[in-house]
Design a protein around this ligand. Structure first.
Ligand code: IDP
Length: 147
């Protein structure tokens, strides 16, 4: 079963959207494997967003993601990586469709509420950066056959 790393960013936590966002993935039928509220260190932020290190907004991005607690999660399910990205909406909230998380709750690209892994390789890398294996919980949900 596929796993992805999702994170409610500091703007989403401050705006009280943890429950709203988590509920969407629960109701969709995905399974939560781990979650925690945490502060991101500057080193972790730079590592997580390493692919953007040469972009002009990198400093702003690191400052933003370390500006307050984030809610880090691992979700499991069939095609969860691509489906979660679809549910998040486009990176720029101005282009994100209504009904998506960014389309419904965000205005600016710098404050776009949620992060989600964009490929299987990113998911493995990001889960490893944020979670120890023992923080992830393996269990069966009795409704699985109905999803
Ligand atoms: P993604 O989060 O949809 O995968 P990426 O292109 O990987 O999008 O960019 C990572 C994050 O960097 C975005 O979610 C957004 O918060 C931030 N970002 C992207 N472009 C800009 C920009 O032009 N200004 C400020 N922040 C940006």
């Amino acid at each position: 079963m596929e796993r992805t790393f999702l994170m409610v960013k500091p703007d989403g936590v401050q705006r009280g959207l943890i429950g709203e966002i988590t509920a969407r993935f629960e109701k969709k039928g995905f399974k939560l494997a781990g979650a925690k509220l945490m502060n991101i260190s500057e080193d972790l932020a730079k590592e997580h967003y390493g692919e953007h290190k040469d972009r002009p907004f990198f400093g702003e991005l690191v400052e933003f993601i370390t500006s307050g607690p984030v809610f880090a999660m691992v979700w499991e399910g069939k095609d969860v990586i691509a489906t979660a990205r679809f549910m998040m909406g486009k990176t720029n909230p101005a282009e994100a469709a209504p009904g998506t998380i960014r389309g419904d709750y965000a205005v600016q690209v710098s404050n776009n509420i949620i992060h989600g892994s964009d490929s299987p390789e990113s998911a493995v890398r990001e889960i490893g950066l944020f979670f120890k294996e023992e923080e992830l919980v393996a269990y069966e949900k009795s409704v699985a056959a109905w999803i």
